[in-house]
Each structure stands twice: as structure tokens, then as C-alpha cells.
Design a protein around this ligand. Structure first.
Ligand SMILES: NC(=O)c1ccc[n+]([C@@H]2O[C@H](COP(=O)([O-])OP(=O)(O)OC[C@H]3O[C@@H](n4cnc5c(N)ncnc54)[C@H](OP(=O)(O)O)[C@@H]3O)[C@@H](O)[C@H]2O)c1
Length: 316
């Protein structure tokens, strides 16, 4: 099969199109013909070697965790059938999405109804699961809560604004000024421009602060959290993890989230999608072979929503 691989850590240019053996599958695993895969910052951070203390070796590696496509074959312990349309949040540590074929456990993927474009479906798993798990599980968000989303125009943030609004929260979106109308259209009631003001210096308070961009700290945000407010960040630094542990017995809590691939969360996200409450914004589509250009855009440009790789000619 054709796949994008990297054989050592480095910049986007280490990503190359290559011929690789088809991945093996069995038991509860499913072999998927990939129609579209999406690009997440974690793909670039792993490629650059930022997480090599956590995930060493494994070369040549195929990046990516988000896939939409069609089942080719399935192990004997799954109910998936060849030809079925699916969306998957790959649960293999090293990913494997930037390829013509990928393997996923049955409990990390769900059937995809006809009519959902593959490229939109592929944009959802990692970023929207991060948003859902951060707000619902770590932030304990309830209807009526005041929720602030920092980094609201990015891949995770744009989903978070919509999920918070769908669950009945009043959303303050923090993004660059150019994105005010974009995040209001997603459901934000209030807007703050991070280039003009610092939300941690605001005279307002929020029940949940979700830093999707991972740019603030609990120490700074405490002053603008309600008495039993919850602060959730996507930035898995050792410092944030330590603060998370220390805040556990206190009323105001800090959590570092680590996204989990779960079929039930994909089901909930596709329910919101079908209800028109989770719209997908695709910043740009690249053919698989141009994965390096997609990573350059991810790392250097300001954009709204998600970057997607299309693997078949017609990702529809
Ligand atoms: N822990 C986990 O499990 C997990 C899961 C998913 C993602 N993440 C992490 O979460 C972060 C966001 O992911 P993503 O997919 O949303 O990335 P993304 O699509 O690149 O979006 C990042 C957003 O952050 C905004 N931003 C940049 N600097 C900011 C600042 N100083 N204040 C507020 N916002 C700022 C950007 O806005 P501009 O366009 O205006 O610069 C952009 O909208 C990444 O660091 C990623 O690694 C972690």
C-alpha cells in the first residue's frame, strides 16, 4: 500500500510517500480502506520528536490517528462487515492513518451513515473527542454553566464551542480578532480577542475554563474561576500534570486531559453532527502525497478548523 512514513525525527520534510506492506489485523481488529485522514498537532509533535521520551522508536512510522473509510476485512471477534462505511479514532500508539489501509480495534470505531462525507467524518475523532471529554468528563460541565474556551477557532476549540453550546452552556470564546464572527456562528455568546486582552485578567468568572490551545496556566486562571470551578488544559506538560495532582482535593480543580479513543464518544459526536449541532470546518484538503505541506500549514499558518488528507481521488 502507499503510505506516508518518517524514518527519523525532524521537520515536515521527513514525511515521504512510500510503499509499505499491508498492516496485519485479527481478533477484534478491523482493516479499513482509508478515504480521508485528518491532521492533528500531535502528529507533528511526534514527527518532531517532542514526545520521544513517551513513544520512542517504531520507525518507519506512519503518522495520524483519524480515519474515515470502508471496511476491507474484519477479525472474527467484531461485527463489522466488508464494505461498511466507518469512522475511527485509531487506538494504535503510533497511529497509522496517513495510508491507504489502516487497522483499528472495533471499540474505537463506529459505522458511518451514508451521506456523511468522508473528509468531514475524518476531521472529527481526535479533536472532537478531546473537546467532549475535556468539557463533559474533566470539566463536569452542566447546562447553564458559564464556559470559556481558549483557542476557540482551532481544531479542538471549534468543536468545543459547539459541544458546550449544545449541552446548554453559555460560551465565551477566546480567539484572534479575525475569528470573532466564525466562533459566534458556532454558538459563542461572548468573544475575547487574545491578542488584545488576557482572559485571566478579566473581571468575569467561569464555571469551566477549557484551554484548548494549552497556552494559559491554572495559576493564572484561578482568579477567574468560580469557587468550585474546573480548569482543563490540553497541554500535557509535567508542570501541568503536577498542578493537576495538587489541585485534586481542592474546590477549584485543574485537569490535564489525554484524549481516549472510545466508540461511545464517536457515537455521541455523530449524534450531535446529525442534529446539526456539530459542524465541521475544513481549513484545507491535501492529497495524501502532500502530507509534508499539510504539516507545514499546521505549524506555520493561522487557520480555522481542521486540515484533512484525502486518500482516494473522490473523498465523498
Ligand atoms: N492532551 C491531548 O490529549 C490533546 C488532544 C488534542 C490536542 N491537544 C493539543 O491541543 C492543542 C490544540 O490542538 P488543535 O488541534 O486545536 O490545534 P490548532 O488547530 O492548531 O489550534 C490551535 C489554536 O490555538 C490558538 N492560539 C494560538 N496561540 C494562542 C494564544 N496565545 N491564546 C489563545 N489561543 C491561541 C490558535 O489561534 P490563531 O490561529 O489565532 O493562532 C488556534 O486557533 C495542541 O497543542 C495539541 O497538541 C492535546
Amino acid at each position: 500500500m502507499r503510505a506516508i512514513v518518517f524514518r527519523d525525527y525532524g521537520g515536515p520534510d521527513v514525511l515521504e510517500l512510500s510503499e509499505r506492506p499491508e498492516p496485519e489485523y485479527g481478533g477484534d481488529e478491523v482493516l479499513i480502506r482509508v478515504a480521508a485522514a485528518s491532521v492533528n498537532p500531535i502528529d507533528a509533535r511526534l514527527r518532531a520528536g517532542e514526545m520521544k521520551w513517551m513513544l520512542p522508536g517504531g520507525f518507519p512510522r506512519i503518522p495520524g490517528y483519524d480515519v474515515a473509510g470502508t471496511v476491507v476485512a474484519a477479525g472474527d471477534r467484531t461485527d463489522f462487515r466488508p464494505g461498511e462505511r466507518v469512522v475511527a479514532f485509531l487506538d494504535h500508539l503510533y497511529g497509522g492513518a496517513y495510508a491507504e489501509l489502516a487497522v483499528c480495534s472495533a471499540d474505537s470505531m463506529i459505522p458511518l451513515r451514508d451521506g456523511v462525507p468522508f473528509d468531514e467524518a475524518a476531521a472529527i475523532p481526535l479533536a472532537a473527542s478531546t473537546a467532549l471529554q475535556s468539557l463533559r468528563d474533566h470539566g463536569k460541565m452542566e447546562s447553564g454553566d458559564r464556559v470559556l474556551i481558549n483557542g476557540a477557532s482551532g481544531g479542538v476549540g471549534a468543536f468545543a464551542v459547539q459541544i458546550a453550546a449544545a449541552y446548554g452552556a453559555t460560551v465565551t470564546a477566546v480567539a484572534g480578532g479575525d475569528n470573532e464572527q466564525f466562533v459566534r456562528d458556532l454558538g459563542a455568546a461572548e468573544f475575547l480577542d487574545y491578542k488584545q486582552s488576557d482572559f485571566t485578567q478579566s473581571d468575569q468568572k467561569w464555571d469551566v475554563i477549557f484551554d484548548a490551545a494549552g497556552k494559559s496556566s491554572f495559576e493564572q486562571a484561578k482568579a477567574v474561576l468560580t469557587e468550585d470551578g474546573r480548569y482543563v488544559t490540553t497541554e500535557p506538560s509535567l508542570k501541568n500534570a503536577a498542578v493537576s495532582l495538587l489541585s485534586w482535593p481542592r474546590d477549584q480543580q485543574s485537569k490535564v486531559m489525554l484524549a481516549q479513543s472510545r466508540a461511545e464518544d464517536l457515537t455521541e459526536l455523530m449524534r450531535l453532527y446529525d442534529a446539526g449541532q456539530l459542524k465541521v470546518t475544513i481549513a484545507r484538503r491535501f492529497p495524501l502525497a502532500e502530507a509534508a505541506a499539510a504539516h507545514r500549514m499546521l505549524e506555520n499558518d493561522s487557520f480555522r478548523g481542521k486540515i484533512v488528507l484525502t486518500v482516494e481521488e473522490a473523498a465523498a
